[in-house]
Design a protein. Structure first.
Length: 477
């Protein structure tokens, strides 16, 4: 037959399959820009430490860089304490510690970039753990520098500030390296519970046949935190809950939840299915005003701590009207999903840390007469953190022999010792973009939420209030 072209898993220009995209097995040099920063010490290095502590450890040399004048010991101590946060130092971690170095310098200076690349040697991974504007400035400078063959570029979120700026950044990045060497990091894709959506759906006879609008009534993807601002006003007050959580993390979870089965677990196949699902995703019933709700917390007690009103937090510009709780409902316009509302919600300083996907099945159309009680359908809860599964199923006998009730089948997913950042880094270091967000997907995630952001900025949707420690505004059902 030969020459079959599959339309939905077609390669983008310049894209190769993971198998063809140099799967690195030897030592890799990871250059961390912004190495002195919060992300590097709190998430990136501990994530790498968790990878190096386990059976999938690879050989990694780290070069940290930034303007801070860190002494060699000071840098090595930072890396060591990040690794130790995952337990004892493994032999792979000890090797990394023995070779790591820190090079102080201005990352936007071309001479500094050239010196770094020379030190790093062949096929380095350049990880931009920097404020986004600084990352963009460096990427522009990299056009004046010869990048070694096989260079991999890793970007933190947010990738751009809207679809247009994300597209411009994609174009710039695409002029430097091929798409499969670009890693737009979203650590939710490294969470065991999120990855398991693939197993739950595509390796499971029980769910896949009923995973459609015929059987499913509604879906919620919720990531509610009890934590408040925690000193991150500079970033958060400019982002808000919608951009911080829904535009990136929760839309990617949605993509895995609704996409069709990939032909293989190759990055091209999986990422094409995710992209296709998101291209079909739109605001519910097309209305930016009706599809989204927003609110901001006032003073209260969350998780036994006194939380000041968001507007009074240090560094917050109350006039900006940043939301700390956002909810957006979307639909997926495919034959499989048409008409099913998917509600994505995330907020801070809430009473309950609810982090889960809730899939509500429709009740059966008809029950034998003589059966009493509620006629609710099944509800599947998939915990995002920790990974707990709970399926409530209708059963007789809960309140009497012929009365319907619900019983619960509960399970806990095996938890990986590799942290989400470690999982994503594992792919990056191997040169496999499977868990990296593809460029068109990064743009599409902005496109989906942009009408809501515009309606909120124009004041077309009220900014509701909720007490810290409550479950959201009383007017929200
Ligand atoms: P920081 O604000 O801590 O900045 C990281 C480092 O960047 C700083 O330590 C500083 O290092 C360098 N830097 C800051 N400003 C400049 C500048 N104007 N020019 C050159 N270098 C500068 O950021 P985070 O570590 O918190 O975040 C890094 C990235 O990760 C951001 O894109 C963020 O959105 C993303 N992110 C962060 C999360 C977090 O929890 N922190 C979570 C998810 C994503 P030096 O002074 O040594 O040069």
């Amino acid at each position: 037959m030969g020459g079959i072209i599959t339309t939905h898993a077609a390669l983008l220009p310049g894209e190769r399959t993971s198998a063809a995209a140099g799967q690195h097995t030897g030592q890799r040099t990871l250059v961390i820009f912004g190495a002195s920063g919060d992300l590097s010490s709190r998430l990136l290095l501990p994530g790498l430490g968790s990878l190096l502590a386990g059976p999938r450890a690879t050989s990694v040399r780290i070069i940290g860089t930034g303007r801070s004048p860190l002494a060699p010991d000071e840098w090595t101590d930072r890396v060591r304490s990040a690794f130790e946060s995952r337990g004892e130092i493994s032999s792979a971690a000890a090797d990394t510690l023995a070779t790591t170095e820190y090079v102080a310098g201005d990352p936007t200076d071309v001479e500094h970039l050239r010196a770094l690349l020379e030190l790093a040697g062949p096929a380095p991974v350049l990880y931009f753990s920097l404020p986004p504007a600084v990352t963009t400035a460096i990427v522009a400078k990299l056009r004046d520098v010869e990048l070694p063959e096989g260079t991999e570029l890793a970007f933190e979120k947010p990738f751009g500030t809207d679809a247009e700026s994300a597209a411009a950044l994609n174009q710039l990045v695409g002029s430097l390296v091929p798409e499969e060497n670009v890693h737009r990091v979203d650590h939710f894709l490294g969470r065991t519970a999120v990855l398991n959506l693939i197993g739950l759906r595509f390796a499971n006879r029980l769910f896949e046949p009923v995973w459609n609008a015929e059987h499913i009534e509604s879906v919620e993807i919720v990531y509610d935190e009890t934590l408040g601002l925690e000193g991150r006003a500079q970033y958060y007050d400019n982002a808000g809950a919608l951009v911080d959580m829904i535009q990136s993390h929760l839309l990617l979870v949605l993509a895995l939840l609704v996409m069709d089965a990939p032909a293989t677990m190759d990055a091209v196949e999986v990422r094409s299915e995710m992209a296709r699902a998101l291209r079909s995703t739109h605001l519910y019933r097309g209305s930016a005003i009706e599809a989204g709700r927003r609110a901001r917390y006032s003073a209260g007690i969350a998780d036994d701590r006194v939380v000041p009103s968001y507007a009074d937090e240090d560094g917050v510009d109350a006039e900006r009207g940043t939301e700390t709780l956002a909810e957006v409902t979307v639909e997926v316009d495919t034959n499989r999903w048409a008409g099913v509302p998917f509600t994505l919600r995330s907020g801070k300083a809430l009473g309950v840390a609810r982090k889960e996907i809730v899939v509500k099945f429709k009740p059966l159309r008809h029950l034998p007469s003589g059966l009493n009680g509620a006629r609710d359908g099944e509800t599947l809860r998939i915990g995002l953190n920790p990974g707990e599964l709970s399926l409530s199923v209708p059963a007789l006998g809960v309140d009497g022999p012929y009365t319907m009730g619900q019983v619960f089948l509960d399970a806990t997913l095996p938890s990986s010792s590799v942290l989400p950042y470690g999982e994503v880094l594992s792919g990056i270091l191997r040169g496999d973009p499977l868990l990296s967000v593809r460029g068109d997907v990064a743009e599409r995630c902005w496109e989906i939420v942009e009408p809501v952001l515009a309606a909120w900025r124009a004041g077309e949707v009220p900014l509701d209030e909720y007490d810290a420690g409550s479950n959201g505004p009383g007017t929200w059902k």
